[in-house]
Design a protein around this ligand. Structure first.
Ligand SMILES: Cc1cc2nc3c(=O)[nH]c(=O)nc-3n(C[C@H](O)[C@H](O)[C@H](O)COP(=O)(O)OP(=O)(O)OC[C@H]3O[C@@H](n4cnc5c(N)ncnc54)[C@H](O)[C@@H]3O)c2cc1C
Length: 406
């Protein structure tokens, strides 16, 4: 007898319901308002912190501490079912925390990850700063420089980061910079910029197509000085890495920023699933109620088959997301780009499903009276950030072929 099961266990079902209730009772009722205001939804994040949904303990214990890996995508799907912009405002600090956990020493993790969240009495935020105006997909070409000032044991950071979630409003900024630009990705390192550090400022705040409640801005680094202990992983490890890079030239080893994105891809897939499911559920209900030509529109195969396909695509995407999350938690190596597959499929399904939902609602779907147009705008981010759909296909293609496909 095999003990294989796709059932969620009791703990997972409890967390799923707990997050769903928060999404339904706290997030959904204010989603439209924060989308219109296009501001960081501090009161909602505060409520999430009050109940323990925003905080390091929830991330570390409930989400990442589950050996099956499934609690994380299950909880994230529910939160984003409530709203993607608010969901990202609650989850955005997790990217900085993942960058610290993935590259830092145990002491650095202990010191800085809690500061990415703060406490319910004083909420803090984290931001993970990799992308630049001329380096989004091509993260090996970062221009932000980190120069070591040996006399003072300080690193001096200069450059501009683009499209940074929580950029400029975060307390802890994790910045990836080039120490030796000639070595491309092998010459980069990640640095903590502690709260209140001089020289770090917010540049332009972007006006976005969707996920408007999430704060996205440039981060300008102008002679930012951070102590030597803020180099993630420590100086010895960096020196070894640089020496290896110089000796061996280009090797296949992953750079820190890439490793962070790879590990967080199933979580992004789960975000997309939440948006897709919201639109599917809404349009299913609408199709049963909306009458045209004397009968509910769902009685037409053209509409009913669309809904059947929407449900099937969402379930297929969820299986890929859960597989990748389970593989990551079980420390199984992604051999065919399984993390990328999960994010790629779920992101594209979210865009497609939300568009179908607008079609099912007809003229109403196209107006701001109904939430489906917002979900469609929100869904589009999932084919762009944390690796565009093209970059995910590149990762999968390189993995399955063993070739450096361009
Ligand atoms: C709302 C939002 C939040 C974000 N949050 C963060 C954050 O917190 N931290 C952070 O560091 N970054 C963040 N980003 C940046 C995001 O990760 C990048 O925008 C993304 O990686 C794409 O980079 P780019 O915009 O430079 O596009 P480009 O790299 O210029 O790509 C443009 C187009 O060319 C395609 N393309 C590029 N190279 C190839 C290739 N080799 N093969 C095929 N096609 C290719 C791309 O797929 C895309 O379609 C965020 C972006 C947005 C919009």
């Amino acid at each position: 007898m095999s003990d294989f099961s796709l059932d969620l266990n009791e703990d997972q079902l409890t967390i799923q319901k707990w997050v769903h209730d928060f999404a339904e009772e706290v997030v959904r009722p204010v989603a439209e308002e924060w989308d219109e205001r296009e501001e960081f939804p501090w009161p909602v994040v505060q409520e999430a912190a009050n109940i323990g949904l925003y905080g390091m303990d929830f991330m570390a214990n409930a989400l990442l501490g589950d050996p099956t890996g499934l609690t994380m995508p299950v909880a994230i799907e529910e939160l984003f079912w409530g709203d993607a912009g608010i969901g990202l405002s609650i989850m955005g600090s997790g990217l900085a925390a993942a960058g610290i956990s993935g590259n830092g020493t145990p002491e650095q993790v202990m010191e800085w990850v809690p500061q990415c969240y703060g406490t319910p009495e004083k909420i803090q935020l984290g931001a993970f700063c990799v992308s630049e105006p001329d380096a989004g997909s091509d993260v090996s070409s970062l221009r932000t420089r980190a120069v070591y000032d040996e006399a003072n044991d300080e690193w001096v950071l200069n450059g501009t980061k683009a499209w940074i979630t929580n950029g400029g409003i975060a307390d802890v900024h994790v910045v990836v910079a080039a120490v030796d630009p000639e070595l491309k990705g092998r010459g980069q390192a990640s640095f903590i910029v502690p709260p209140g550090t001089k020289g770090l400022s917010q540049g332009q705040k972007y006006k976005k197509h969707g996920i408007k409640a999430s704060h996205t801005a440039e981060v300008v680094l102008d002679d930012v000085r951070v102590p030597g202990r803020c180099l993630l992983g420590g100086k010895d490890k960096l020196d070894e890495k640089l020496a290896r890079g110089r000796e061996a030239g280009r090797t296949g080893a992953k750079q820190p920023a890439m490793a962070t994105f790879e590990a967080t891809r199933p979580a992004v897939g789960a975000q997309a699933l939440g948006v897709a499911r919201a639109a599917y559920e809404y349009s299913l209900q609408y199709a049963k109620e909306r009458v045209a030509f004397g009968k509910p529109i769902i009685m037409n195969q053209a509409i009913a088959f669309k809904l059947a396909d929407m449900k099937m695509e969402i379930d297929a995407a969820r299986l890929l997301v859960h597989r990748a999350a389970w593989m990551a938690a079980s420390r199984k190596q992604f051999v065919a780009g399984e993390g990328s597959m999960s994010k790629l499929k779920a992101g594209e399904v979210a865009v497609w499903v939300t568009e179908q939902a607008i079609q099912i609602l007809g003229g109403y779907g196209y107006t701001r009276e109904y939430p489906v147009e917002r979900w469609h705008r929100d869904a589009k981010i999932f084919t762009i950030f944390e690796g565009t759909s093209e970059i995910q296909r590149l990762v999968i293609a390189r993995n399955i072929s063993g070739l450096r496909i361009e």
